[in-house]
Design a protein around this ligand. Sequence first.
Ligand code: ZN
Length: 316
Amino acid sequence: MSPRPDLGPKPRLGYTASLIERAAEQRADAAAIAALESDPRARAYAIGGELVALKKTAAGLDPQFTLPEARALGPTAETVFLGLLDGAARFAIALERSTAEALKAREDFVVTDLRSIAIQGLVEVDHLPPIAEGKALLHWHARHRFCSNCGAASNLVEAGWRRDCPACHGQHFPRTDPVVIMLPIAGERCVLGRSYRFQGSMWSCLAGFIEPGEAFEDAVRRETHEEVGITCGRVSYFRSQPWPFPTSLMIGCHAEALSREIVIDRGELEDARWFDREEVALMLLRQHPQGLATPPSVAIAYHIIRAWVEQEIEFR
Ligand SMILES: [Zn+2]
């Protein structure tokens, strides 16, 4: 077995380790939520679809607005309660698309997408989890304003954590879409793939949505077989990551590859091949001679790949 490469300190996984206390017990209490909204310590993230508004300040870019500041930016839609931080409320406020676009022209704001904010480190990392929470929740509201059972307009209740239908009395809860993301491995080698949408020379884990009635281990085996023709045996859960593009939860796994021949589904992948551990270590370090690279450390794929390179994976 090759020596364990030195990849430096482990970076934090993006959008995780939220400091927000969700305080779900407060959501149904309209008076408590109103009091939290009027507390001068309350802050809101202002989000318009994929775009997040950031204020330029002397100390850098600040994603937090007071609620009156956020509502003065232009026409807004839903306000949702994210939770408490040191006893003060954090909300997310949906900006209309036109509002977000208009703010791009302002000198005192930066308005950009959350991926860029995370990868470029534009805000303090502790803001990433609540922005992810707000973005995913507001996206759900924007696409669920009508009851999926009877078609009537539904109402936001529970401070944004449910929509109720006044016609059929159906209750609708914000959804999260589980996705498996996995690294098939066989001893000193692993399989990485390239999606058509990847930029540059990036190679990453395979991934796919879990289907109804499917355990995530079975989804790992099915997706791996569909995308690269590899049969997998044991599956080891690694860790998970909220991925608000728009409302996914990435379930990171390693999979024991039982076969070796790769048969690429060209409808899904531009390319896939076996890589050995030394080559992947160079990709993580951004020192690969041909410039091949893994995804950045904000993404769970980096951590799944790195854990294997650092020989931390055991199948049970
Ligand atoms: Zn209904």
